[in-house]
Design a protein around this ligand. Sequence first.
Ligand SMILES: [Zn+2]
Length: 432
Amino acid sequence: MTDAPTDALEDRIAREITARRHELVDLARDLIRIPTLNPPGRNYREICDYLAARLARSGFSVELIRAEGAPGDSDAHPRWNLVARREGSGAGDCVHFNSHHDVVEVGHGWTRDPFAATVEGDRIYGRGACDMKGGLAASIIAAEAFVAACPDFRGAIEISATADEESGGFGGVAYLAQQGRFDPARVQHVIIPEPLHKDRICLGHRGVWWAEIETKGRIAHGSMPFLGDCAVRHMGAVLAEMEAVLFPLLATRRTAMPVIPEGARQSTLNINAIHGGAREPEDGYTGLPAPCVPDRCRITIDRRFLIEEDLAEVKHEIAAMLDRIKARRPSFDYEIRDLFEVQPVMTARDAPVVRSTAAAIERVLGRAPGYVVSPGTYDQKHIDRIGRLKNCIAYGPGILDLAHQPDEWVGIDDMADSAKVMALVLADLLGP
Ligand SMILES: [Zn+2]
């Protein structure tokens, strides 16, 4: 790390950001107007083309990269990503801003057109306004303002706009990381402008384990259930054991991770789905279901674990619970299948990008930053696990609670303030 940016440079950056306020609003609105809905992954090429033209104009070399063969990639819905790079005038670090360009479905309850990017007072409304096209726009304006204020900077700035974060990031950041794009020899600092609010630094996220548990039974006529073996009743025993033993136990397991909201500062387990017995009838079917004893029942569990927990032990705890039930319940039999897992991640508070962002927040907002950890995962997992890059945070404008909601919005002042913070981070890490 270098010394704090000089007052003169800081003033120039502040002036450059202020002068670009309208441009910032226009850029965010243009991005919101491209409906990059995921699933299925619409208009990814369009948004990458728009950003490529924009960043090429401001002196970046741009590459469009299709995640060929990644989950979700097809000719109908190709997974396009953009990476833009601007070299400085001397050797130095590379600071990379990574935003996902996809947005989730619109859903019900909107009182505004989700893709019109309406401006009302200080707010821009639209699907993806806060998650995370406002953050993407802020990082681009930050980079452009910094380069204008400090044309002889050292090192390099990269900006990426990547696909599919909302569906796991395999056609986006994971793919780029597999290509070596987040190799610590290439990129030294990463900021992901997710909507964590302009005065907070997100250090990482809890771990995830999804699994499917199936209980087994034997089919028979519903009028003579004693001739069969009901898989739903066996699953009932599993749920009862969870209620009696597992949930209270998980609630006692607290973490030193500063997870927000507070309720997620412990181990949690959700049952995402349950299904047993006959299939749901097709729409329009007017008959009655047939009477059968269900021979299969399945649940999908979503276990979020802490940095203090070990994934193998998390899995063992569930298997041991099922074995306990098996020992006391005649004919109980089960299978468990892993679906998905992500290790917890937490960047150290003294990592260079954390210290630099904390100092910039203090300069711009006049208060110390809050440090948070996300209850759910985001693309940092791939940068950490595949890229092996630890110096990574999420920092960006917007209120996390508004993400995926109807009438999602981002504040214009918040975007401008966070752009200023990001530009000061560049000044600190790449400045004279
Ligand atoms: Zn997001």
